[in-house]
Structures are given as structure tokens and as C-alpha cells.
Ligand binder design. Sequence first.
Ligand code: ZN
Length: 226
Amino acid sequence: MPAGAPREVGLDRALIAAYGHDDRVCAYAGLHALMDLSNGQALSKTGAVVLCDKEEIGSVGASGMESSFFENTVAELIDLQAKSARDIDVRRALERSQMLSADVCAASDPHFPDADSIGNEAKLDGGPCAIKYTGAATKSGASDARAEFVAEIRRTMDDAKVEWQMGELGRAEKGGGGTISKFMARFGMDVLDFGTPLLNMHAPWEIASKHDCYHTMKAYRAFFAR
Ligand SMILES: [Zn+2]
């Protein structure tokens, strides 16, 4: 890991350069949002922030999203409430859940315009980015969110005055990538990728905008409060 603390970048210090924004920036925003709400107001539904490891290597291992720890935790919660967690109860709870997959997205880099899907690229300082579908070579291996769920989230964000944007993970046939959303969507859960855009994603020093960090937290708070 590169040595050194995060530092401010830019004449107006609007940006933060740091190692490993991906994905501490979204993890922090998610946890902050949930703690804000659980301090002040009761949530109408059960809210959770799942912090999982190993995403960059395919979510494998006992602490990755391919494992059963989240399913098992939901079963344990139902068991504590109902005194017995039937398989169907766990399946129903998972299917009726909704999730924002809080992962970063690549912001357009003016040095490499040929890597962008022009007109669909996320912009640094444009607010957190919703990605309807991930995947490589357009949608291969994608998680593609349900259109009606995307519409619901758009309304939630607009009502909460979140400054947000839609984006894609790079030019078709060139860019692409995956997140953990597909591992949760397989339960029938509605999942949308929604996170902070980064310049230099996966480089030793990644750059995030303070404006985007703040609005990511605001977006997650609005999602929990729905
Ligand atoms: Zn990454």
C-alpha cells in the first residue's frame, strides 16, 4: 500500500486523493447514513449495511458475498423473532428486500476519452452515480436492475434533493466490471448499483470529490428513510 495520509487536491481543495477510496468511500457513507437515522428516527423497515470483503477478486471466500453469511444472518434474525426460521420465510424476506449496491464507479478521465461511453460517462463532482447494469462487453455477467426499481430510486433521490447522475462502466466492448449486486439479485431482490465516482479508480491514489462523498451519504440516508 502507498504510504501517506489522504490529501486535498485542487485550488479550491474540492477533491481528496487517497489510497483505497474503492470502496471505503461508499462503506463509510453507508454506515454513516444508517447510524444517523438509527440515532434520530425509527426506520419503518429493517435497515442494514452489509460490509463485505473480496469484491475485487470475485467475492469469493467466507467473507465475500458469494458465501452464505448474509443469508444465514437473515435466517438467524427470523429465527429469533419467530422462534423458527422456515426456509420459505428466509426466501421471502430476501426477495422482498431492496438494496443499493454501494460501490464506486469510474469517473470520466479527460486524458483517456476513448475509454468512455460518450454521453453516458459519470463526471467527477456530478454526484453519486446510479448504474442500471454492470458487466463486461456491454452486459455480459451483468446485474441489470429492474426498470421500475430504477424509477423508484430516481424519485427517492430527486425528492431528497440528492445531486446524482446516471452512468456506465466504460465504453461498450472495452470497459466494464462487476460488483456484488448480482449475488444479491439472485434472491429475487431489487438491487441497483449506486456509488461515488472516482478518478483513477484502482490506481494507487484514487481521487474523489467532496461534493460527491457528501451526496453519496445523503443518497443512502434517503434510501433508508423511504
Ligand atoms: Zn474496484
